[in-house]
Design a protein around this ligand. Structure first.
Ligand code: HEC
Ligand code: HEC
Ligand code: HEC
Ligand code: HEC
Ligand code: HEC
Length: 232
């Protein structure tokens, strides 16, 4: 019997499979880049209306987070400061700096371009709407800003430091003892459990891990991992 199909047809299934695979990979990549909000991507670092530097204000000037994020202990949201918080100092300091023009536009009636509108800071961290998150529940239980936002005191521009993914949240909810600190250390960016223990010996505590377990007991911390904790 004569060959109905030419020889090259032998490779046809393979070629079709390869094409389908390419399309699938392409779709996944497109979905990944298109559908993941920028606010969930580590390294996200948008330009801000004023080149505000946390490094200058925290490391050089020694400011506390709560001066500018005062609701973080009592509210679900940390909030960014209003222009009046900056104005407390900048009506006296660096007033003529061109970098502060958007601040004066917002708050200084003596400034030619004054319009009184709030400064439009670009949001860097944003959990999806179906996720419930609460800052104060963490701050008052010995979880530091640093564990979730990184070394903010070294950032000239705020960068998305941690993934804020579900697996990441759960890793700490399952073993909080690896992260807990004494409450007065929560806002510090240079905490080190070992040196804290050297300076403040705790009865029956040798290692940072034992200290974590002790704090867990002291704060009566037992983070929930049920779905409704974070999805309500
Ligand atoms: C002098 C005021 C000031 C101080 C002090 C300050 N911040 Fe901020 N913070 C801001 C401003 C203004 C923004 C918004 C602009 C930006 O993202 O840089 C901001 C933004 C942030 C963001 C990103 C918010 C977002 O959009 O997701 C984080 C995280 C943050 N601050 C953490 C901290 C931590 C932690 C400390 C203490 C170690 C601190 N800040 C101290 C003024 C301040
Ligand atoms: C406690 C006082 C204080 C507060 C509050 C404060 N700053 Fe500053 N800021 C300073 C000082 C002091 C400097 C100068 C640091 C230096 O030159 O080394 C500075 C420097 C700056 C600079 C750099 C200016 C330049 O041209 O070099 C910017 C921009 C700035 N601050 C923005 C802000 C914004 C925005 C806020 C409010 C979110 C704010 N600051 C709140 C004290 C403050
Ligand atoms: C347990 C992790 C965690 C800790 C601890 C934490 N944050 Fe956040 N932060 C987040 C998450 C998650 C978001 C996004 C929240 C959302 O979209 O509702 C966020 C958002 C923010 C924002 C953006 C505005 C807002 O209110 O959502 C600021 C500002 C901020 N954090 C500052 C701080 C400061 C300052 C501290 C320490 C005093 C701190 N955070 C401690 C996880 C944390
Ligand atoms: C570094 C550790 C750590 C990380 C990261 C963390 N948590 Fe928590 N979380 C805790 C601790 C500790 C508590 C307090 C538990 C308690 O009071 O028993 C808590 C409490 C909570 C609560 C309050 C639960 C209640 O009973 O009201 C919510 C909601 C929550 N976390 C959501 C999240 C979400 C969402 C993320 C990720 C975006 C996250 N957490 C990341 C440690 C963490
Ligand atoms: C400690 C907080 C926390 C708990 C507990 C939690 N989640 Fe989540 N979940 C999150 C966060 C944060 C996200 C968003 C992650 C992201 O977008 O990267 C998320 C995302 C999801 C998504 C969307 C996933 C996606 O890829 O789009 C589903 C589905 C989900 N969670 C189901 C659950 C179920 C089911 C449970 C209970 C077994 C649960 N979650 C418990 C924090 C939590």
């Amino acid at each position: 019997m004569a060959n109905t199909f030419p020889r090259w047809c032998n490779l046809l299934p393979l070629k079709i499979a390869f094409c389908l695979l390419s399309v699938a990979v392409g779709l996944c990549a497109a979905f990944y880049y298109g559908a993941t909000p920028k606010t969930l991507v580590v390294g996200y670092q948008p330009a801000q209306p004023i080149p505000f530097s946390h490094k200058i204000h925290i490391d050089q000037l020694g400011m506390d987070c709560r001066y500018c994020h005062p609701f973080v202990e009592v509210s679900g949201h940390a909030n960014v400061p209003s222009a009046s918080t900056c104005w407390n100092c900048h009506q006296h300091v660096q007033l003529e700096s061109p970098r502060l023009a958007p601040l004066r536009k917002s708050i200084d009636p003596a400034y030619p371009g004054y319009d009184g509108k709030p400064i439009e800071w670009v949001r860097v961290h944003k959990a999806p709407d179906y996720v419930y998150f609460n800052h104060s529940a963490h701050m008052n239980r010995g979880v530091s800003c640093q564990s979730c936002h990184g070394n903010v005191n070294q950032m000239d521009v705020i960068t998305h430091d941690q993934p804020l993914s579900m697996g990441w949240c759960l890793a700490c909810h399952r073993s909080p003892e690896n992260f807990l600190r004494p409450l007065e250390e929560v806002y510090r960016m240079d905490y080190n459990a070992q040196s804290f223990l050297t300076q403040h010996p705790q009865p029956g505590v040798q290692s940072p891990r034992e200290f974590g377990l002790k704090l867990k007991e002291r704060f009566k911390v037992n983070p929930k991992t049920t779905c409704t904790t974070c999805h309500r």
